[in-house]
Structures are given as structure tokens and as C-alpha cells.
Write a protein that binds this ligand. Structure first.
Ligand code: SER
Length: 590
């Protein structure tokens, strides 16, 4: 079954069972500074899992784009990737274990309505219980009722899913599929663990029964409602349904791998997989507005691209080979993610520019790296790693990987100290911009982001404290900002808001970031929406004038410009309705 059909089969199955189909949220969370990227289907839904009512109801299904770079070292094996699509169905206080499990099993095994997988190749793991929650015998009863034999259900302590240290969480049932040609038959618990380690069985779906809440790493009790959060990785399902033993041979990766194959002069399976994965992720990040930079999302993108360049070199690809790889990755999503295909030229150009920038220092950097190795004993100092970063553009983990290949370590602590000092000194620099050898390419975006904060503060001054952010989207050209307000905002008010923002710009206000406790931030009157979604330590951005006037104080993950002076003139181009009780403003800096 081709991947397009997998998506539609999934969505149709749940639509028939009363689920509203919602589009994927962007890869950069709109209202959640606690994470850089959407890393799971549940992330954009956190407020609704916690009890807020979702405009589309209590049953939702979607295909969510996700980026996870925590396992970046694993990329190159059969199943790991940094970008993936997560198929999910959601009960927001509606159905629970019985329906959740029955439908997962039905979709996986039904020949008529689903994927028609062989039930004899299916293995299930469930939560074994601890002091937070009991052994999940309730889930096991449902699995058994469906015909899964008890000896193919394994109790594990790890079967607990939470998005991080705080948030909704709960026990889960994970579904594994045997991908060996001959089939493994019945496995003992130990044999199952071994088969998982060797990727003979592969996890294809996870049903999380979210009825608990975690705070600072501790389960603190039950939520007001019982939710189901399921996640099936599209790439892994494709692998199983297309009879391949790895995700890179599926139709999602094959066209990208083919381009690499045609351009390489040295064979290296792991390097091929890394290049195809990293470029595909970069394509999606660029399409969602991220640009290579030195902080936050921009830095992750830069790391992925620079890592791809290094592995492309290992394959002996032409200097500009990555453009063709990016093109193939973008074209593969025609009719699925139109924004990727529509922005293909920009994406390819950004990748080309970043590659060129990196290549201009890569060779020199490698020479420097060799010199450093020659004078180091087993460990590269943090200062040397910092020089490789600031002068030659080597991301830390690239230095660390290069070092590891040669049996060396790198002093990460010292590197981070150097980075902190560097950031502090560049903050006070007169231009107010990051002054490393790698000045970010997304200053325009950062300026628009800072303007968004000023805009919200201006709106709140004019329209009152009930105005909060409801959504935000920034491109290189403009900002789009949604906020809670029941009626049209007249032009004279918009003019006053504009003057407020331009006032802060002409003042050359300073943008300062600090971390503080959530309670403290709330008490200090810091502006933010969805407080419950944030971790206990939050980032607060303050925009402050020379005389100490505070223009804006808001929860945010950044990045921002450090001074407002060079931002240009702020203009509100349009004010319109977005949805019930929400207005939308489009504005530019010119
Ligand atoms: N949140 C779970 C996961 O990411 C299921 O969607 O695996």
C-alpha cells in the first residue's frame, strides 16, 4: 500500500467512527515555548487533553508532522528518522481503552477497511504497574477479547508515555509487528526483547491512555477527563505494508535515496540514510518558516544541514549534490503538503546557500581540527571546540562525532561556558545582533517575532487585558497574529497600536531574556496563553526602553532581536475576523 493510501485509509477509518479530521499543526509550535518543535501528535492538543474544549469536538484524527532530534545518532539504522508523520486518533474525554484498542486492532488487521496485517505477527506490550498506577489488566482484557493470545502480550515497566517532565500522561499499549521473512512464531518475553533490539519486530503503533498528570517529573494524580492519544508512525507502517525491512526503502524515502545513489561515488549505507533523512527534515523545517541560524530552531536546522554536508562528502557526492536531494524530497510530497512543493525553489536555494557558507570554512576547519587533534591528548578542550564553532562553523556535535571517530572526547562543559560568555558579550554589542562568524540568516523573521510581542502589548493597552494571543505565523515577509477579541478593531485604534510599536522601535529598546519560575512569572504579570502547558521554569522576554519603560513582557521560546532599533517601520496592513471571538492582523516591517 503506498503511503498516500495509508494516510487516507487511516483517516477514513476514524472519520467513519465519528472523528473530525484536523490538519497538521506547524512544526514550530505556535504557543508553546517549552519545546522547539512539535515532537508528537499530542503536543498541539495538550490544552484539550487537559480539559479545554476543542472546536472540532471530542473525537479527532490527524496526520501530524513531527521533528525529533533526540535520537539523531540512531539515524542510519532501519527505523530511525528525525522527521516523521504521526497518524493519530484522539479521544478528548470521550471513549477510552475498549474502543481505543478495538479500533487500533481493527484498522491494523481488517482486510476490508484497514491494513489487513497478519494478526499472528502482532505482539503487544502493556504497562506492568508501579506506585503511580496499577498494572494495566484492563487493557489486557480488551486485547484478549480481540483474540490476541495472552502469551504474545508482555508487561513492561516502560510502557508509560508522557511528553516530558510535566503534562498529561498515562500507561500505554504498544503494538509491534514481526518483519522477518519467515515469521518468528511465538516468542517468550526474553525472545521478544531480543527481537526488538535487533529490529526483527518493530513498534508500529502506540495507544496512550492519558488519565494522569505529571508535574516536575512526578505523577501528581488523575486528570479531570480520560483521554486516548494514539500514534502510528507513517514511515514504519509504510515499511510493514510495503514489505521492506527498513524505512529507507519505502516510497517515502526511495526517490530521495535514488538521487543520492545516482550522485555518489563511494557506497556507504549509513551515510546515505543520514543524508536523505537530514535533507528531508530540513525541507520540512524550511517550509514551515525555519531558517538556518545560531539559536533554537535555526540552530537545529543548521546542524542537520551541516551534518548532511559532511556525510555527502563521505559519499563523494558533488559539492552541490544536496540541492537535487532536496528537490526530490520536496516533490515527493506533492498533493500532501502543498506548502513544501510551492516553496521548493526557496527551500533548495536556502540549502544551497547554507551548504556554500559551510563549505567556505569546512576545509580550513578540518585542517584546524587535525592540528587540534595533534596537540590534544584524548580530549579536545572546550575552547578548541568553540573556535571550531565560531570561526569554522562546526556545530558542537559534529566536532564531537569527528572526535569520537578518532577516539577522542570533547570537553562539553567548557564549550558551553565559552558559548554562554560569547552570547553575553554579543548581547551588549552595539548592533544588538549575534556577532559570531555565523550571523543568522533569519534576522527579518526575528524582527517580526519581536514586533509580534510589541503588537500584542499595544493591543492590550488599547483593548484591555482580555486580549491574548490565539495564534501566530511569521514568514520572512510579514507577521500574522491572531488574538482574542470579539469585534472589529477600528482603524484609529490600529493607528495607535502602530504608533506604540514604532515608539518602541525608535527608542531602540533592549530585548532581554530571563528564565524564571512559572509562579513568579505569573505573579509579575507576564503575558502568556496556555500557562498550564509550560514547564515550571519558563523563558520570559522583556522589551525595555532606555528609561526603563517596559513595553512588553511575555512568555516565549524566542528567538528575538536584541535591540529594536534596526527593525524598520511597523505597519498594520489588515485586520479581519479569524474565527468566532478571534481577530487576525497582518503586519509588516518596512
Ligand atoms: N504520544 C504517543 C507517542 O508519541 C502516542 O501518540 O508515541
Amino acid at each position: 500500500m503506498v503511503s498516500n493510501d495509508i494516510r487516507t485509509t487511516f483517516l477514513n477509518f476514524f472519520e467513519k467512527r465519528g472523528h473530525a479530521i484536523v490538519p497538521s499543526a506547524p512544526l514550530v509550535p505556535e504557543n508553546d515555548p517549552s519545546v522547539l518543535f512539535t515532537t508528537a501528535g499530542m503536543q498541539p492538543l495538550v490544552p484539550y487533553l487537559l480539559g479545554e474544549s476543542h472546536p472540532s469536538g471530542t473525537r479527532i484524527a490527524n496526520v501530524q508532522k513531527c521533528v525529533r532530534t533526540g535520537d539523531i545518532e540512531e539515524v542510519g539504522d532501519k527505523t530511525h528518522d528525525t522527521f516523521f508523520e504521526m497518524l493519530g486518533n484522539w479521544s478528548l474525554g470521550d471513549y477510552f481503552k475498549e474502543d481505543g484498542i478495538t479500533w487500533s486492532y481493527g484498522l491494523l488487521t481488517s482486510k476490508e477497511e484497514g491494513f489487513g496485517l497478519d494478526p499472528k505477527r502482532l505482539y503487544i506490550t502493556v504497562f506492568s504497574g508501579n506506585t503511580d498506577a496499577p498494572r494495566d489488566e484492563e487493557a489486557v482484557a480488551v486485547w484478549k477479547k480481540l483474540g490476541v493470545p495472552e502469551h504474545r502480550i508482555y508487561y513492561l515497566e516502560d510502557n508509560w508515555w508522557s511528553p516530558g517532565e510535566s503534562g498529561p500522561c498515562g500507561p500505554d499499549s504498544e503494538m509491534f509487528y514481526d518483519i522477518t521473512p519467515e515469521g518468528l512464531g511465538d516468542l517468550t518475553h526474553e525472545e521478544f526483547i531480543a527481537a526488538d533490539d535487533t529490529q526483527q519486530v518493530v513498534e508500529i503503533w502506540n495507544d496512550v491512555f492519558m488519565e494522569y498528570e505529571k508535574k516536575d517529573g512526578k505523577v501528581i494524580g488523575k486528570l479531570a477527563q480520560k483521554n486516548v492519544d494514539t500514534g502510528a508512525g507513517l514511515e514504519r507502517l509504510a515499511m510493514v505494508l510495503q514489505g521492506t525491512d527498513n524505512i529507507f526503502d519505502t516510497d517515502l524515502f526511495a526517490p530521495i535515496m535514488d538521487v543520492i545513489r545516482g550522485k555518489m561515488t563511494k557506497d556507504n549505507k549509513r551515510a546515505m540514510r543520514i543524508v536523505s533523512d537530514h535533507i528531508r527534515t530540513a525541507v520540512f523545517l524550511l517550509a514551515d518558516g525555519v531558517r538556518p541560524g545560531n539559536t533554537d530552531q535555526g540552530y537545529i536546522l543548521r546542524r542537520l544541514l551541516r551534518r548532511a554536508v559532511r556525510y555527502a562528502d563521505m559519499l563523494g557526492m558533488d559539492a552541490d549534490g544536496l540541492s537535487a536531494v532536496a528537490e526530490a524530497a520536496a516533490i515527493g510530497y506533492e498533493n500532501v503538503y502543498q506548502n513544501v512543493v510551492e516553496q521548493k525553489n526557496m527551500i533548495v536555494e536556502e540549502i544551497r546557500k547554507e551548504e556554500e557558507k559551510f563549505r567556505s570554512t569546512l576545509e580550513q576547519g578540518m585542517k584546524e581540527f587535525e592540528k587540534i587533534l595533534a596537540r590534544s591528548e584524548k580530549e579536545i578542550s572546550g575552547n578548541d571546540a568553540f573556535v571550531l564553532f565560531s570561526t569554522y562553523g562546526f556545530p558542537f556535535d559534529m566536532t564531537s562525532e569527528l572526535a569520537e571517530e578518532r577516539g577522542f572526547l570533547v570537553d562539553k562543559k567548557e564549550f558551553e561556558k565559552e558559548m554562554d560568555e560569547h552570547r553575553a558579550s554579543s548581547r551588549t554589542a552595539s548592533e544588538g545582533k549575534f556577532k559570531g562568524g555565523l550571523a543568522g540568516t533569519s534576522e527579518k523573521t526575528m524582527a517580526l517575532h519581536t514586533a509580534t510581542h510589541l503588537l500584542l502589548a499595544g493591543l492590550r493597552n488599547e483593548l484591555g487585558e482580555d486580549v491574548h494571543q490565539a495564534g501566530s505565523n511569521i514568514t520572512e515577509e510579514r507577521l500574522r497574529f491572531d488574538f482574542t477579541y470579539p469585534e472589529k478593531v477600528e482603524r484609529d485604534i490600529l493607528d495607535r497600536v502602530e504608533s506604540f510599536v514604532n515608539g518602541a522601535i525608535t527608542q531602540d529598546a533592549t530585548v532581554r531574556m530571563e528564565e524564571m519560575g512559572k509562579g513568579e512569572a505569573k505573579a509579575a504579570g507576564v503575558e502568556g496563553s496556555f500557562w498550564e502547558k509550560y514547564p515550571d521554569t519558563v523563558r520570559v522576554y522583556t522589551i525595555e526602553g532606555k528609561e526603563g519603560a517596559v513595553y512588553s513582557r511575555e512568555l516565549c521560546g524566542g528567538p528575538h532581536v536584541e535591540h529594536t532599533g534596526d527593525m524598520g517601520t511597523f505597519r498594520i496592513k489588515k485586520e479581519e475576523s479569524s474565527s468566532a471571538g478571534v481577530r487576525r492582523i497582518k503586519a509588516v516591517l518596512g
